[in-house]
Design a protein around this ligand. Structure first.
Ligand code: NAD
Ligand code: MN
Length: 364
């Protein structure tokens, strides 16, 4: 039987709550399949730890992560720590040092959920956003001069490399090719940003030549935001820079019902490092501790993690269980429902067991 080492980093706020519930769901999946083992190592890397010890990631942290097969992450961010400090000391170093240069964000309207858009049926919004995850506007380059004077200048430098763009484009074309519509829309802002974004456009069309079976399409990011709202069914796979992909995928999740349902996979496609799976939402201090956070985005991330590990039957079963549960109306408040976090979890666990047993009956 396969053994997978999972590093679990719940982080802060509702990250802690949703990861705790997701581990219960994973344990249920592990029990019904009984064909693989999950060794889950829970790491207390959080803003609480930072406030106590001055660091998020301990000295032996990287070693522990490198020894794992995948990372399940909650969220980081606390009202007591500036957001740029928490992001740049935990989640961004993880993505960078582990060479997770792709961020994959599938989004669709799950059964039983509805879009805030008028006239948007469930099948009208079914997208995969491929976000570049290592450079661009989040390269971390820049600085300030003339600090604390009226003439302060802050430079936020976006860095784009041919290597970084090409590997992202190839990944996006591969994703698009596997989807029924075989359509890839590339997003830039190459009218205003003349260097990096023009290079993105150029490399997109170069790589497109290797994928004649994929239909291509190019958008400026502002017009793209409008198109996502007005004509969602004209889009399928989307490739965008780090910042644009971040913003558009939050919008996409909201259009699909709630930011609480969407998953995000930070992948090292070379598989030399563990990949990281997390919901797209943050630590939501406004609802932390209330037990009402929507766990679906983290469940969906756990399904993507199982798929990445090669446990596709388990991943499919979990995704179908989530869909059955939302279809049956077991929804948290953000989706207009009455269930709390623990009740949604329980409903998913019951459905995991029920559908596994039902599948066994059909086979025998
Ligand atoms: P957020 O995603 O935490 O919250 C935005 C809004 O959505 C809030 O009203 C929140 O209550 C709601 N929401 C989010 N997730 C939900 C869920 N699962 N169920 C129900 N409602 C949910 O974004 P924010 O408020 O901009 O940021 C809060 C903190 O999280 C900040 O410190 C920020 O830096 C951090 N953050 C971290 C990550 C990450 O760890 N990857 C991502 C985004 C934001
Ligand atoms: Mn975001």
């Amino acid at each position: 039987a396969c053994r997978y080492k999972i590093a679990s980093i719940p982080g802060d706020g509702i990250g802690i709550e949703v990861v705790e519930q997701t581990i219960k769901v994973l344990r249920a999946i592990e029990a019904v399949f009984n064909s693989f083992t999950l060794d889950i190592d829970t790491l207390d890397w959080s803003s609480k730890r930072y406030l106590e010890k001055g660091e998020y990631i301990p000295a032996d942290g990287w070693q522990r992560l490198k020894a794992s097969d995948a990372i399940l992450f909650g969220a980081v961010g606390s009202p007591e720590v500036p957001d740029d400090v928490s992001l740049w000391n935990l989640i961004l170093p993880l993505r960078k040092k582990l060479n997770q240069y792709i961020n994959l964000r599938p989004i669709r309207i799950l059964p039983g959920l509805s879009s805030p858009l008028k006239n948007c049926a469930n099948g009208d919004l079914d997208w995969v956003i491929v976000r570049e995850n290592s450079e661009g506007e989040y390269a971390g380059q820049g600085g300030t001069t003339h600090d604390d004077t009226p003439n302060t200048i802050a430079n936020e430098v976006a860095v784009f490399t041919r290597v970084g763009i090409e590997r992202t484009m190839r990944f996006a074309f591969e994703v698009a090719r596997e989807r029924p519509r075989r359509k890839l829309t590339m997003v830039t802002k190459s009218n205003a940003q003349r260097y990096g974004m023009v290079l993105w456009d150029k490399i997109f069309y170069e790589v497109a030549k290797e994928y004649p079976d994929v239909e291509t399409d190019k958008m400026l990011v502002d017009a793209m935001a409008v198109r996502m709202v007005l004509k969602p069914n004209t889009l399928d796979t989307i490739v965008a820079t780090n910042l644009h992909g971040d913003i558009l995928s939050d919008l996409a999740a909201a259009l699909a019902g709630s930011i609480g349902v969407a998953s995000s996979s930070s992948l090292d496609p070379t598989r030399q490092n563990p990949s990281l799976f997390e919901p797209i939402h943050g630590s939501a201090p406004d609802i932390a501790g209330l037990g009402i956070a929507n766990p679906v985005g983290t469940f969906w991330s756990a399904a993507e993690m199982l798929r990445w590990l090669g446990e596709c039957a388990a991943a499919d079963l979990l995704l179908r269980a989530i869909e059955t549960v939302t279809a049956n109306g077991a929804k948290t408040k953000d989706l207009g429902g009455m269930y709390n976090l623990a009740q949604v979890t329980e409903a998913v666990i019951v459905e995991v067991k029920r559908s596994f047993d039902a599948g066994k009956k059909i086979k025998s």
